[in-house]
Design a protein around this ligand. Sequence first.
Ligand code: NAD
Length: 351
Amino acid sequence: MKILVTGGAGFVGFNLLCYLKDSYPTYQLLAYDNLKRLGSEQNVPSLLARGIEFVHGDIRNAQELQQVGAVDVIIHCASDASVLGGITSSSELIVQNNLLGSINVFEYAAQCNAKLVYFSTNRIYSCESLNALAYMEQETRFTLEENQQLAGVSDQGISEQFPILLSKTFYGATKYCGEVLLQEYAAYKGLQYVVNRFGVISGKGQFGMESQGVIAYWLRQHLEKKPLKYIGFGGSGKQVRDALHVADVCALVDLQLQHFDSVQGNVFNAGGGYANSFSLLELTGYCEALTGNSVPIQVVADQRAGDIPIYYTDNSHVTAALGWVPQRSIHDILSDLLDWLDPTAKISFPG
Ligand SMILES: NC(=O)c1ccc[n+]([C@@H]2O[C@H](COP(=O)([O-])OP(=O)(O)OC[C@H]3O[C@@H](n4cnc5c(N)ncnc54)[C@H](O)[C@@H]3O)[C@@H](O)[C@H]2O)c1
């Protein structure tokens, strides 16, 4: 078995490769990454030391990618993974990375008849529709009202039936275009794939940069006693997300590879779910308790583009298909991150 992980030096790709190496020592594993993400280069020696091959390459370059040779499975993680990508930075760049780069990956997968696991995102759901959810304000968080006008929302959270068509950010749109094209690659080029629309993923290996996910960022700011902001929704800090431990992501991908024939062609929402949901206000409390530090938090009442009040994942579809449910809590995530971000650790954390 030969498996290529695009973005293999990034947070999720690196964790996946380490998990696969530990679980299947005889597999041939390759990381393919252009090391664009600050800090990814620090994972390369660790990959090599584990016997995982590293190829320094860019998915935007089709020829470079094809030079890797035939593989059995591609796990496609390479991406410009910032929700604000294309809004506060070049929109052309995010389209090239996430869409044109993905097309090269799909072509390559179809040519070598490789099974493909596509890392998509819950940000493919329309921001406008997420902002139209009926919710109420409680002491520490927003909660969904019982009666909703939109499809795909229940007390279980947001399912795959939630509206997609309206605007969703460049990040969400480029990821969704990839999903749409995968259907065509399956129909006309025989490509077999699974799509995972992940929520917030967190755990060891995240550097706590703002663009890389809120949980590690919040904890690192507390550890380093640096200020934070509650942005949007009146600055209350009551917006809600769910947290998924990266080890649960690895377990899910493993199950999908084991049962590929029965799940191929499926699109799954996968996230921490209601049990692992949190508001920023609650996250602040957890970080204060863990670090013993409290930091100034500025209130910024106005929303930024792409902000949403509440999202937690309805995992019913993926649970029914594979029996997968997240095993680790947000508290497990935070304590693993605390070990990793410990300022005495011998890792250099990018600023
Ligand atoms: N982390 C999350 O919370 C989250 C949530 C939902 C979906 N996802 C998806 O999971 C995947 C992995 O995310 P992550 O958190 O590990 O991000 P990351 O930024 O840590 O890793 C992405 C890696 O891809 C590499 N890369 C970027 N553009 C590339 C290119 N053109 N060619 C080759 N390599 C390139 C980067 O250098 C980086 O190492 C992404 O597709 C992301 O959209 C992540």
